[in-house]
Design a protein around this ligand. Structure first.
Ligand code: AP5
Length: 221
């Protein structure tokens, strides 16, 4: 199963990715997480990306294409994968189609999580992210069991630099201008599944599973 998860910042892509990973047993490939790891490790890509990511802008397409091509050809991605955060503009969507053609692969579905701006700001400003494994939680909507500690791995929870209020506005602008047209791109290809991302995590998960043609508990194809 090869899936793309689209949606504005804070729509819940990272949160819902866990559900998809459980359903299909495929790796969650988040370009945002990959960039944050590169930044933390101080790699050449990370050094170049830091200023761009912190300002809420997009990292150059050629860097992203190479990163994604390499990751989706790794052995654990052979049975499929869930791409989260890529493609982020129409050029990246076209590039992905070209990469898939060379690999003899096709996407099965593209899921679009939609959410209004007011809810996005609430979710992003209250988000805390694990510095070790990247798992997100929320100070009020999904608080950690132990304050300041990740439920998944016990790592330290931090606020992302780009979750500051002034940067959230810029990310929304970039989404509207650059990423929203990608939704139309996949609609034209007949791959798009729309999912309303408002409401509690479990409700969104149910809608997502229904959109992917899964039962309440999911069945692996
Ligand atoms: P990236 O990490 O991809 O960020 P994003 O797309 O802005 O998405 P987020 O991670 O902010 O949100 P999400 O939808 O995953 O929400 P989450 O589940 O965490 O990218 C970061 C940056 O990297 C970009 O700005 C760019 O600079 C760069 N980049 C990445 N990919 C790139 C590319 N392809 N090309 C160029 N540049 C690229 O949830 C948010 C919060 O809400 C959490 O606190 C969560 O607990 C809470 N929450 C989730 N669901 C619910 C719910 N149903 N109810 C209540 N709270 C909820």
């Amino acid at each position: 199963m090869r899936l793309v998860l689209l949606g504005p910042p804070g729509a819940g892509k990272g949160t819902q990715a866990a559900a998809v990973r459980d359903l299909y047993g495929v790796p969650h490939i988040s370009t945002g997480d990959m960039l944050r790891s590169a930044i933390a490790a101080g790699t050449p890509v990370g050094l170049k990306a830091k200023v761009i990511v912190d300002a809420g802008n997009l990292v150059p397409d050629d860097i992203m294409a190479e990163m994604v091509r390499e990751r989706i050809t790794a052995p654990d991605a052979r049975p499929g994968y869930l791409l989260d955060g890529y493609p982020r503009n129409v050029t990246q969507a076209t590039t992905l189609e070209a990469i898939l053609l060379v690999l003899g692969q096709k996407l099965d579905h593209v899921v679009h999580l939609s959410l209004d701006d007011a809810e996005i700001v609430k979710r992003l400003s209250g988000r805390r992210t694990c510095a070790s494994c990247g798992t997100p939680c929320h100070v009020t909507a999904a608080p950690p069991r132990v304050a300041g500690r990740c439920d998944n791995c016990g790592g330290t929870l931090v606020q992302r630099e780009d979750d500051r209020e002034e940067i959230i506005g810029r990310r929304l602008e970039v989404y509207r201008e650059r990423t929203a047209p990608v939704v139309e791109f996949y609609r034209q290809l007949g791959l798009l599944r729309e999912v309303d991302a408002s409401g509690p995590v479990a409700e969104v998960r149910q809608r997502l599973e229904a959109a992917l043609g899964q039962g309440a508990h999911g069945t692996k194809p």
